[in-house]
Each structure stands twice: as C-alpha cells, then as structure tokens.
Design a protein around this ligand. Sequence first.
Ligand code: MGP
Length: 236
Amino acid sequence: MADEDAPPEVHHYSSLQEVPWDIQNYWAQRYRIFSKYDDGVWLTDDAWFGVTPEPVANKIASQIADSAPAGRSILVDAFAGAGGNTIAFALTGKWKRIYAIEKNPAVLKCAKHNAKVYGVEDKITWFEGDCFEILKNQLKELAPYSVVFASPPWGGPGYRSDRVFNLKTMEPYSLQRLYDEYSVFSKHMVLYIPRTSDLKQIAKLVPAGGKATVMHYCMEGASKALCIFYGDFNVS
Ligand code: MGP
C-alpha cells in the first residue's frame, strides 16, 4: 500500500498477492534490491527492472570513490531511477555533493523518499528532467569537478534474449550517444550496461592513448551487469 502522499503509480507492496505477476520475480528479491525494503521503500512497477541490487550498487560506489581522479568531488547520477545507485554513492561519504537526475516525476519521488529511508537525503540535489539538457545547462559549471555515472534504460528485460547485446541499438540511447553527450561534460564516466554488451563496441569509443576498464558485478556466481569506466579511473 502506498503512503498517502505518494502518487498513484507508486507502491510499497507488503504481500505477494498485491504484486503484479511480471514483477513478482523482482519482489521476491526485494531485500537484495533494497535491504531496508520493509522500512517503507517506494517503487513504481516499471522501476523494479532497472534498480541496481544494493550489494552491487555498494560495490560500484566504493570502486568509483576509491578510483576517481584527484580533484573530482561531485558525482552526477544521470539516471537516478528509484535511487539505488544514488543512495550507495551518498553512503560512501566521498562526495561533496551528489546530483541525481530523473525524468519520470513519480520515479523521482520514489528516489527522494528512498534516500530518506536510508538517511542520506541531505547529501543529494535532485533534478527532474532530461539528463543531457541538465548537464548542458544547470550543471555546466560543475563539469571540471565531476564524475558522471549512468545506469540508462536498456530497452527493457528483452535484452536477455541477445547473445551479444548491441549497444548501437540500445533504446532509447545508444552507447555512442551517451558517450558523446557525457564526454562534453566530463571525460570521466562510468556506465552500467548489460552483462552481454559487445566489448568491441565499448573499445571503439576509447580515444587514442586512453583506456576503458570493464568490470563485471556478480551475485551468486552470475554476472548481473557490467560497468565501463572511461577516463582516468584507477580501478582494481
Ligand atoms: P535481469 O536480467 O532482469 O535480472 O537484470 P536477473 O536477476 O539477472 O535475471 P536472470 O533471470 O537472468 O537471473 C539484472 C540486473 O540488470 C538488474 O538487477 C538491474 O540492475 C539491471 N537491469 C535490468 N534492466 C532491464 C535494466 C535496464 O533497463 N537498465 C538498467 N540500468 N539496469 C537494468
């Protein structure tokens, strides 16, 4: 049942009977997705697919915190979703400020609410809108101090049917589009993409003399997804 001030598409399901069939599989893993689920975590039905499970989000956050280039004190989360990654970034205590962007107003409400559940809301500045526009306009001045993290939409759970995931046809934004837009803002970016992503396509975007590190994140012996680190990260 949603709280009184939650928009109608926001839910906190407490029993399996309430959960739509296509997200029951995710709800069954709710404590791996948000360990504080029972403290009143909010999600929209569509947001379940894209949340980074908490142990993975924490691992990514600590790796970015430990490996980011010197002088980078701002983390921009370009697709905040329901807040899984944003909360993990805030919990590291590394960043002067976290700027979290989400286009869908109901999902943004979830992210703000969930950040409160985790007690980190005062470390985050939220933006509702298109991340490319917000980077170009509201956040322009912060570019020299920023690292960009993006966990974009992958075109839905259908990504699993491809043996090798084609990042050129990723919907709605291709890898090239994400890379081109973000690299105007910051050369240091981390992208969370399907575990089966085409490595050749990832490598093609590395500038001459540059590097990209690809890291798989596993749970129970299986990769959930991978991150590409473009720029001067010292990832280990
Ligand atoms: P999954 O493939 O839907 O689940 O997502 P799982 O448990 O690996 O399925 P299995 O039956 O193959 O074992 C795996 C992870 O990918 C999720 O936990 C999310 O973090 C991430 N993920 C899935 N989708 C569809 C998206 C997406 O569209 N965008 C982003 N950023 N992450 C996604």
